[in-house]
Design a protein around this ligand. Sequence first.
Ligand SMILES: [Zn+2]
Length: 318
Amino acid sequence: MNRKVKENYERLAQAAGLSMDMENGALYGVFAGYEILVAAANGSYPYTLSILAGVNRPAPPLTQEECKAFCKSVPGSITLTQNGNLVTLALKNTANQNKLRDTLVGALQAFTDFLRGNGFRNCCQACGRQELPVSPYYLGGAYAELCPDCFAAIQQRQTAAQSESKQKKENVVSGTVGALLGSLLGVVCIIILSQLGYVAAISGVIMAVCTLKGYELLGGKLSNKGIGIACVIMLVMTFVGDRLDWAIVVSRSLGTDFFTSFRAISYLMAEGAIDSGSYAGNLVLLYLFVLLGAVPTVIGTLRSRKQSAKVYRLGGQL
Ligand SMILES: [Zn+2]
């Protein structure tokens, strides 16, 4: 979360009288007697907020008519849904912070009034029990209101899953084969697009993504070692792809066979028949595009590994 968003969230929390989870940016706390969570469903759209409450009632779940009537009467609300023990109110997004604050506070008031008026009481989102205290938790990318028992169970499962994934053996040989196969797709792409007359960003991106995914698919998981191996392979194979591409050009213009042409490239460059400047420029461009594909893929892999491993209670242990 960047600093600007953080500042705006702090102001939102203050206006609503809620606390803020510094790590992932959700707001939480008690509003008008209800344990509430306010979070963006997608971190890329921090101002598209939803209000969540772990609640249930003895009566049947909310009907569509009830939800629609609520949204009609509350400005800034888009949809109200009940899914088991979770009632979610999605809010309209706006970049105007004053408006967003007013919308949120107004919606929180209306939401909690509505819950009370319809006989809802706070409960654990997972087991639905009302008699236990519920607290807000972060569970590897999502938020939930849980009782201590359910959280303990989830934590236990998480620890088991983690040690299992740690034990899951990475097969470096298969992974390397996978990366090579993936990189061949990248080579084919480089050649085809180049023969059509483009040095396209897409071929570099495909090279990077397919090599990394190839490793993960056959190797079982993508460790740091795997990322390293895949990166070496994509660097080499990009060079090879570019060479093959030149060989096709040479064989077409000189009428020599492909293998002779491939071997002749260094000679032709030394003799100045192939302009080494344009050869290098082409290759550098291609490497830049590989980087363009590799960096977000690697960051995404590392981030999702980190995020999914994280479960904690918002505001720390009490
Ligand atoms: Zn529970």
